[in-house]
Design a protein around this ligand. Structure first.
Ligand SMILES: *[C@@H]1O[C@H](CO)[C@@H](O)[C@H](O)[C@H]1NC(C)=O
Ligand SMILES: *[C@@H]1O[C@H](CO)[C@@H](O)[C@H](O)[C@H]1NC(C)=O
Ligand SMILES: *[C@@H]1O[C@H](CO)[C@@H](O)[C@H](O)[C@H]1NC(C)=O
Ligand SMILES: *[C@@H]1O[C@H](CO)[C@@H](O)[C@H](O)[C@H]1NC(C)=O
Ligand SMILES: *[C@@H]1O[C@H](CO)[C@@H](O)[C@H](O)[C@H]1NC(C)=O
Ligand SMILES: *[C@@H]1O[C@H](CO)[C@@H](O)[C@H](O)[C@H]1NC(C)=O
Ligand SMILES: *[C@@H]1O[C@H](CO)[C@@H](O)[C@H](O)[C@H]1NC(C)=O
Ligand SMILES: *[C@@H]1O[C@H](CO)[C@@H](O)[C@H](O)[C@H]1NC(C)=O
Length: 538
């Protein structure tokens, strides 16, 4: 079959490009072929792979903490759940996952149950206490409001439970002692009685392994506590049709710790192993920006996915892998990066990469809050990543296909069976600012979609396209070519919400399926090919 890379001068025989009929002269163009193995899927994601997070912070975080990125009303405790734009942004997905949790989850008391009801208070700065905050309070009125919001928006909810309650700090960051489960049990009981649907209960946040944040629990103690949670869930949901999943440990991956943990909990206790990813660096690192367009850098984290997949295959075949929290840059994200187009190079690449390693769900820090919100905290306006997430959710199905792409390391490519329709959808990311790519797609089964080498007739292609159009393309580029633009263009048109907060329609351009796919420099494209019929995507 052979792929060929031809460096050519871009001239008349280039097909229509992004709705224009010419492309800028002087740029190099690389032509090449991507081969998709259509015989079988190599991994499966969950039907609902895209997940967004809500964190837990007091509204006056800046008064207290050095971090100071959560001021305002951007956390699960204080977000205005009635805002139309928020509701519309979540509803647009129809079924997006929301994970509620974060640093202060292990300091949150639920105002329910004997010994707890009426005793808890909002977070206060408390120097010397873990994370320099007192324990905080989740009032049941707020829990009701949150569940109404989840129900109204179709969200699929993962809630992170406090795993530190009852434990005490022994030395360093080590915490010991049995989990006091009675408050969590009371919250779950309340939730069951109210008939609130929680998809999954997660246990603890970043308390595991070498990269524990603030507090650390041994795998042995964690396993013992988790067995208790299993018993509580099995008992309280005994009469329910749908039993929620148990998710743990929500930590940075540490192979030895995860291994020991699954061996000690034993079969079918933990349903999902979550891990967190912040692979781009600290939010204020001046070198950060170069990493987003560095293919080698972006690929490094694939080791982590691979190791977790190995742990599951070897020692926990009953468990699924999820990314429980991933924000790119840590420390609240990076202003003018995390909320701009350039972040999509990291984020959409991550969605593709994680899928390849059988990650079932990928939770993006955050839906709102910090600099990494897909909705901006101040205005709730969607960032470029919001639209990227929405396109991924709508277009990419669970079946993941193997791709052979030797075109260029700057062209990152992923292929899934299309969501809810026939054919395949590609995600193509062009990290290069100097090379355009012209791509043909082939099926490994020698069913070339480019049946002939007919060169499209520039000026006439527009109407020919009408008759024979069969490929949908969604090209994302930054406004004015500025990578740090907070406005993304879809096929050349800015994506903007209406005054009422309505999310715009995401309208593709149609191309003949035998024409080249053009991926401009510094751009991202979803390409839907309905007539790419292949046994893997039945
Ligand atoms: C858990 O904490 C509550 C409230 O402090 C207390 O009443 C209860 O006795 C504790 N349970 C255990 C098993 O220590
Ligand atoms: C969720 O919403 C539906 C209507 O959309 C309603 O029938 C149902 O009672 C709600 N469930 C809960 C637990 O609020
Ligand atoms: C669930 O209910 C069944 C039948 O009512 C009972 O036999 C079983 O022990 C219960 N299991 C748990 C974990 O409570
Ligand atoms: C890209 O990242 C790799 C891995 O961190 C690094 O070795 C390399 O120097 C980077 N390349 C550029 C051009 O910065
Ligand atoms: C293209 O990117 C490289 C490396 O990131 C940079 O050095 C160069 O200035 C960029 N060229 C243009 C035209 O932006
Ligand atoms: C990526 O962009 C560069 C720079 O404009 C371009 O030369 C190259 O052909 C593009 N790649 C693809 C796949 O279109
Ligand atoms: C596809 O064609 C190439 C040569 O044209 C051949 O080597 C290869 O075996 C074929 N693959 C299949 C799956 O038929
Ligand atoms: C291109 O357009 C010309 C003029 O309209 C037409 O004569 C010619 O047949 C077309 N070529 C192809 C390959 O469609």
């Amino acid at each position: 079959m052979g792929y060929q890379i031809l460096l050519i001068c871009v001239l008349a025989f280039i097909p229509t490009i992004l709705g224009r009929d010419t492309i800028i002269l002087g740029h190099d163009t690389t032509m090449g072929t991507i081969v998709i193995d259509g015989t079988k899927t190599i991994a499966e994601t969950d039907e609902n792979f895209v997940c967004l997070t809500l964190d837990i912070w007091p509204h006056d975080e800046c008064r207290w903490s050095k971090l100071c990125v959560w001021d305002g009303h951007a956390s699960m405790l204080n977000l205005d759940l009635t805002l139309p734009i928020l509701n519309k942004a979540v509803q647009a997905f129809k079924s997006v996952r929301i994970r509620v949790g974060g640093t202060l989850q292990d300091k949150l008391i639920y105002n329910v149950g004997t010994g707890f009801k009426g005793t808890c208070h909002p977070f206060q700065a408390t120097v010397g206490s873990l994370f320099d905050f007192s324990a905080g309070c989740l009032y049941m009125e707020r829990w009701d409001d949150l569940n109404n919001f989840f129900n109204n928006t179709g969200a699929i909810v993962t809630f992170g439970l406090n795993a530190l309650l009852g434990k005490h700090n022994t030395k360093g960051i080590q915490w010991e002692g049995k989990w006091n489960y009675s408050n969590a049990e009371a919250l779950i009981q309340y939730t069951v009685e109210k008939n609130y649907r929680i998809n999954s209960w997660e246990f603890g946040n970043e308390l595991a392994g070498r990269l524990s944040i603030g507090a650390s629990i041994t795998a042995a103690q964690y396993a013992e506590d988790l067995l208790k949670l299993r018993e509580i869930i099995d008992r309280l949901y005994n009469n329910s049709q749908q039993k929620p999943l148990i998710v743990a440990p929500g930590a940075f991956f540490d192979e030895a710790w995860y291994d020991e943990f699954v061996r000690k909990t034993g079969p079918k206790v933990v349903d999902v192993l979550t891990h967190h990813i912040y692979n781009m660096g600290a939010g204020n690192d001046p070198k950060l920006i170069y990493r987003f367009v560095n293919s080698t850098y972006l690929s490094q984290v694939s080791n982590t996915f691979e190791q977790l997949e190995n742990v599951i295959q070897k020692n926990a075949p009953w468990a699924a892998a999820w990314v429980g929290e991933a924000g790119g840059a840590y420390q609240g994200g990076s202003p003018h990066l995390s909320d701009t187009f350039i972040n999509s190079f990291w984020y959409l690449d991550q969605l593709g990469m994680a899928s390849l390693y059988n990650t079932k769900v990928y939770c993006r820090q955050t839906l709102i809050g910090g600099f990494y919100g897909v909705l901006k905290s101040s205005t709730l306006l969607p960032t470029p990543d919001y639209y990227g997430a929405l396109l991924f959710h709508r277009l990419m199905g669970p079946g993941v296909l193997k791709i052979n792409n030797k075109v260029s390391s700057d062209l990152r490519s992923y292929a899934h069976c299309s969501r809810g329709r026939s054919g395949v959808t590609l995600l193509l990311i062009n990290l290069s600012n100097t090379t355009n790519f012209l791509i043909t797609v082939q099926n490994d089964m020698n069913m070339s979609l480019r049946k002939s080498n007919t060169r499209t007739n520039g000026s006439h292609s527009k109407y020919r396209q009408k008759r024979t159009a069969s490929r949908e393309e969604y090209h994302l580029t930054p406004k004015d070519g500025l990578l740090r633009s907070s406005t993304v263009l879809l096929n050349g048109n800015p994506l903007e919400t209406t005054k009422e907060g309505d999310i715009p329609n995401l309208v593709p351009v149609y191309r003949q399926s035998n024409s080249y796919i053009h991926i401009a420099s510094w751009s991202i494209a979803f390409v839907v090919i309905p007539d790419f019929v292949t046994p893997a995507c039945k």
